[in-house]
Ligand binder design. Structure first.
Ligand code: SF4
Length: 192
């Protein structure tokens, strides 16, 4: 194509190639971000809050059985969940965002688990770690209860015991869930 032909096409605003409309919209709008300079990002308040939340999920210091050993390994140097901002295990449910049910829940313990969950501030999340927590596992007897019959669960991790990597993957799935939440600002400002 000659320079003259190129100029004519630009003046007539003819499409240069066929392609999805959203791609051209994105290319056409790049000038706006550039005009703001290098140190400015544009986003929504919802996305900013979700980003902060997903990178600071503080779990409760809380374990019910052998799965808790794997949970502890996850926070140690070899696996290092501080990469995800989730290494700050809190000693109080009032300072915790995440409850990891690491082990079997007995009928005797169920009211305690529920009570601790209710003491956590909103927003709060739950990971059911291992076969016992999710379905009473190999024990499957009258003394145990699946945790989703006690409190709502966001992510289930299979295995007996699950590896620390599996728990990290569950944390990443939870991060994805938090990232995709809508109406965050309205909820924060109590507008719903
Ligand atoms: S799933 Fe396995 S490792 Fe975890 S609490 Fe049950 S028996 Fe223990």
């Amino acid at each position: 194509m000659t320079v003259r032909e190129w100029r004519n096409m630009s003046e007539l605003k003819l499409p240069l190639a066929a392609g999805p409309q959203e791609l051209f919209d994105r290319i056409d709008n790049t000038g706006f971000e550039e005009s703001l300079g290098e140190n400015i990002l544009t986003t929504t308040v919802d996305k900013a809050i979700n980003w902060a939340r997903k990178n600071s999920i503080w779990p409760m210091t809380f374990g019910l059985a052998c799965c808790a050993i794997e949970m502890m390994a996850m926070s140690a140097a070899r696996f290092d969940i501080s990469r995800f901002g989730a290494e700050v295990f809190r000693g109080s449910p009032r300072q915790s965002d995440l409850m990891i049910i690491a082990g079997r829940v007995t009928n005797k313990m169920a009211p305690v688990v529920r009570h601790l969950y209710q003491q956590m501030p909103e927003p709060k999340w739950v990971i059911s770690m291992g076969a016992c927590a999710t379905s009473t596992g190999v024990f499957s007897n009258y003394a145990l209860i699946p945790v989703n019959q006690v409190i709502p669960v966001d992510v289930f991790v299979p295995g007996c015991p699950p590896r620390p990597e599996q728990l990290i993957y569950a944390l990443m799935l939870l991060q994805k869930k938090i990232e995709q939440q809508t109406g965050t600002t309205r909820a924060v400002l109590n507008l719903d």
